[in-house]
Write a protein that binds this ligand. Structure first.
Ligand SMILES: C[S@@+](CC[C@H](N)C(=O)[O-])C[C@H]1O[C@@H](n2cnc3c(N)ncnc32)[C@H](O)[C@@H]1O
Length: 249
């Protein structure tokens, strides 16, 4: 009885701290838990034998915030399920010089501009080391997408098609480059976290929303809305129009 009162108090106190001081959202809704859920589902759920798995792509590494959530989720998943973390690969795409110059209206936001959010590759590598993730499992694709997202880069990724993708690149133009690049290697069941969906107050012709709408209009598949995440971004799951796992030819 005493114990359960103490446990109830502890839970309530932790909830209070979480709500008022640490996060503005329930920890269960955190991005870390979202990543954890998909690592779990893709490795143990009903699609474990056919869907994509264990290749995390991040477009827009910035100061390593979303990456840290993924690294923590991976460490927790590997510990909870005795899963060898070396099965997980990470591919990181960034200029490591911050945002490019704003050239078109759809990218133009008061909080963004050339050089914003610049953090070096060494800064990100240090975060990876600190979380004890095996660095040899990480590929850095360094440079502005205009120069790096090309056929040669795609050929190098064929062995590791993405299973979980973060697109946190702010601009419409950068999101468009990312989606056009990645489209040929997408498999049904790949999940996306778009961090900047709400940046233009859901304006349909600005930012990431415009890029997603265009992707869904003219690709061989579609991004289908899944959930909101931590009050900022939104999550989608991709399916090819041609259902590649069908047994009927
Ligand atoms: C808001 S930051 C990402 C924040 C990061 N996800 C985090 O949580 O720390 C946006 C990132 O996108 C990158 N980026 C945007 N457009 C780019 C482009 N065209 N080429 C290369 N990097 C780009 C910037 O360099 C920047 O690091």
């Amino acid at each position: 009885m005493i114990q359960s009162a103490a446990a109830r108090f502890k839970r309530k106190f932790a909830g209070y701290l979480n709500t008022h001081f640490f996060n503005r959202y329930d920890a269960n809704e955190s991005l870390e838990n979202w990543f954890y859920h998909w690592l779990y589902f893709q490795n143990t759920g009903h699609a474990k034998d056919y869907g994509p798995k264990n290749c995390y792509y991040e477009f827009g590494t910035g100061w390593g915030g979303t990456l840290t959530s993924f690294l923590k989720a991976s460490a927790r998943f590997s510990k909870d399920y005795n899963f060898d973390i070396r099965n997980i690969k990470i591919v990181l795409f960034d200029s490591f010089e911050g945002l490019p110059e704003v050239k078109i209206a759809e990218d133009d936001h008061p909080a963004w501009g050339k050089g914003k959010f610049a953090h070096s590759k060494d800064y990100i590598a240090d975060i990876i080391h600190r979380h004890k993730f095996p660095i040899e499992q990480v590929t850095f694709i360094e440079g502005f997408y205009e120069n790096t997202l090309n056929d040669a880069a795609l050929a190098g990724l064929l062995k590791c098609p993405p299973s979980i993708i973060t697109v946190d690149v702010d601009y419409y133009s950068s999101t468009k480059l990312v989606m056009d690049f990645i489209r040929p290697i997408l498999k049904s069941g790949t999940v996306f976290y778009f961090d900047d969906i709400n940046s233009f107050f859901l304006h349909p012709e600005m930012g990431q929303i415009k890029a997603i709408t265009e992707f869904n209009q003219d690709s061989g598949g579609s991004l289908n809305w899944l959930t909101n995440a931590n009050f900022a971004g939104q999550c989608y799951i991709y399916t090819n129009r041609f259902w590649e796992y069908s047994s009927i030819k």
